[in-house]
Unconditional design. Sequence first.
Length: 209
Amino acid sequence: MVGLAPRAREDSVRPRRLSGVVVRPLNFTVRRQTHVRQRPLGSLLVLLASVASAQPVLSPQAVTKAMASQGVKSTLQRLFYDQKQWSAVLAGIATGKPAWLDVANTFHAVADGAPGEQLESAVGEALEHRPSNVLSIAVPNFALEVVCTAPDVDDPRFDSYELSMAAIEWRQAKLRSISKSTLTALRDSCIAELEKAKGAVAQSYERNP
């Protein structure tokens, strides 16, 4: 099993850049020091849309079945190096649907480097669609501070100060719609983490929040 590297809390609110990807068949760990990078999440989602008509839609049930028969790590590795299928996985997780969040949780246990970061970004994006599911299913498997943070600045959908701030504010607005009493503490903590992320984005772009 590939473990997750510990993260310092002060890094949790910074806009994250996706790590590089080096294909090493005998070692699945993808290290941050390399400069050859996997395509950003936004580019992967655009690619998915362009090929959707040519490929069957990948379902969370199909991924779960593959994990059961081939193993979680092997399935993650196979999907990650198939750009079209990996983009489908990330897009599914970003919807915040329970079955896809279950897939994210299972993969998260063995993911590190670029796959792990991209899973975190997709779960964070799911706050824009089904925040209650994110807080009740994905957290605490995914730490609150890595989910409730700024979007990935390498994603073309969030690659400016205005786009990043708009995404953060939309996620906060969706969180405020949660009224379930068992989630209010997590809701408020997530909103507070996102507020901190605004400062990190402003500092990154040398702007006043």
